[in-house]
Structures are given as C-alpha cells and as structure tokens.
Design a protein around this ligand. Sequence first.
Ligand code: RNT
Ligand code: ZN
Length: 416
Amino acid sequence: MKDERFESAKKIYAKFGIDVESALNKLKEIPVSVHCWQGDDVLGLEGAKTLTGGIQTTGSYLGKARNKEELFADTEKAFSLMPGKKRLNLHASYAILGRDTGKTDRDAYEFRHFEEWVAFAEKLKLDGIDFNPTFFAHPRMKDGLTLSSPDEETRKFWVRHGRASLEIAAKIGKAMNSPALVNIWIPDGYKDIPADRLSPRLRLKKSLDEILDGYDEKWVIPAVESKVFGIGVESYTVGSNEFYQNYAAQRGICCLLDNGHYHPTEFVSDKIPALLAFYDKVALHVTRPVRWDSDHVVLLEDELTEIAREIVRNDAIDKVMIGLDYFDASINRIAAWTTGQRSMQKALLIALTEPHAEMKRLQDEGNFTELMILRERVKQLPWADLWHEYLLRQKKDDDCYSEIKAYENKILKERA
Ligand code: RNT
Ligand code: ZN
C-alpha cells in the first residue's frame, strides 16, 4: 500500500518542479564520514586518561566505551541507527597496539595497528575510512606545541607521526578501495600574547612540507584544518585560517573547514563556495558551536541547512567531503552520534528538494521580490513527509530512543 503522506508530499513538490524520487536516491548515496571519537570522549585506545590540546568534553553520562571491544560494539550500534552511506572517521589515537603497547609510539604506528578497524568497516559495508593523525593528548607535546615547536626533537617526532599517518592512510584507502581523507589539525598556540607570531608559522610550514614530501596521491587526500582559538591557547593559533588556506593553495592540497573554528559571525556556508572557486575538493567538520567551539551534537539548524544548500546547489556533492566532529559526554553517546548524523541527512534532504535553478534565475534577473516570496514558500514544503519515507526505505525508525535506551539498560549500565 502506498504511503499517503509521501504521495501527497510528492504532488506538492511536483508543483515546484521537484522530483522527490531522484532526491531520495541521491541522499542515500552522499557519504557522511562519522567520527569514531563520540563514543569515548575522544580518549582513544592508547590508555589516555585526559584530553589535552585545547579541546574538551564535558559531562559524565554512563557507559563511555573503555576499550576496543566496547567501542566497536557501540559504534556498530550507532551506525545501525544511521540512514544513508557512511564512512568511518578514525584518529591515530585509536590504534590497536596489542603486543606493541608501551613499546611503539605514534611516530612508528603502522597499518597493522588499524587492520581491525578496516575489518570492522568492511563488515559494516562502509564506503571508506578517513584518517587523522593525532597531534594532541600526548606527552611529546612540548609547551603545548607539536609541528611548530622550536624544539627540533619535538618537531621531528610529530613530523614522523604525520608521515606515518599518510602511509597508514594510503594502505587503508587501498584496502577500502576508496581514498582516505587525511586531516591535519594541531593544537599549537599560545595562551598569552606571543613575542613572535611568524617563526612558529614558518616552522609549521616546514613541518608540513616534510610530512607531505612524497605521499600516495591515489589513495590519500591530505587536508589542513584551521582554528581560531582553543582552551588555554586563547591569544594565538599557529594554524590559522589564512595560514592554512594559503598553504593548501600553494601545495595543491585540501582545506578542511570546521564550523566551530571561526568567529561567531562568520559562516562556513559562505566559505564553501569561496573555496569551490579555487579548489577541486573541500572537506568539512560539521559541528555545533555554542558560544565557542563547544562541539555540541549537530542539530537541524539554519546554518546546517545552509551548509547543505551550498553543497547541493553548487553541484558539489562529489567535491565536498562531509565529516562530523562533535563530542558530548553529558547524554547517551549513541543518541548523540545518531542524532548528529541524522540531522546532517535531514539538512541534505531539505537542500536536495528545493528549486535552486529557479531561485538562481530570479537572483540573476534581479527579481528579489519574487525570490523572497518563493524562498519563504519553500520553507513550508513538507520535507518531513519525505524523511518519513526515506527512513522507511532505509529500514530505520524515526523514534530511535527506545532502541538506544534498551542498549543502555542492557550494555552501557554494566560499565560501572
Ligand atoms: C579540534 C578540531 C579537531 C578535533 C578532532 C578530534 O578543535 O576540531 O578536528 O575535534 O580531530
Ligand atoms: Zn574539527
């Protein structure tokens, strides 16, 4: 029997010239790279007890994953509740070291330390794995610095980590038959007014050159992620927006935009088309900053929808690599994971079912009155009926709470 909600919505959309079947088919093929680090408050599998490097999780909801078995189980549960095509976004700190525990440091990690993750991603039939070197929460940070450190031993250690990460990622990309995005984010900066702003940036530039000296271009897509400030490094960030955009342009690599990493009146939705004018690819960390880079769970809000619109209406679905980056420890982590991924999908669905060509035409004709009226009418379109149908087809329940609560009662509560 045909679903009445969907059939009625289809007719309404048709009046706006929108083919909803084609939109639903596109939506399920847009890969979203889901971060592994929501499951354990970004602690990783190396035994870290605290998070350092200007980022922080807050909250102590029960059931945090404490080892690989728990993290695999929780990730699998969360992924089972997420519709659409998914990739896994891994950090190097999630290495599974086994017998190398305590012996092998980050500068000597190898592909084999991540093979279990590859098997896991294959088991879940994921689209691919993305990989992040981990330049934080580690004793080899010196005075809060890594790749920009004036201490040559420190700087070199982190260069080796970056190089090892690119090698690991190339093997992961090949094993998954899908190139891995390798995102470089470093916490380097100063709490108070620096005496020298240039030298750290020149050292970072040199370190990046050393890391990127010869990598597997077929299986690896390197990216750099800028930031405005972090906790404890409020006055100065070495890897600023201008620094990385120029670096990426010069080196022909990719910029990663995290929408928590700019001044509050700046919008990543506006930065995407600015970069698309110059770059073949743009990577995203989609998050929700509340007053600062707080990494709250992504919800369906105006800026999220605007980000999705810039991807869809610029025909950039194959150019913009969508990744999620948030970590809330104050609520059920599986619910946090699932809600953020579903919000991203909802925003994409909304963007896929708007009459962009018509609206662009009105803009070019200078018909701003009709554009305004159309834009407001488009807001009334019944996208929720399409979402309902999409979830039916994806065999997911809109109300995922009871399933998450059952998992919490059965599995998470036991982790006292
Ligand atoms: C930090 C950056 C970075 C991290 C992850 C864990 O501000 O956003 O991307 O959140 O790599
Ligand atoms: Zn980020």
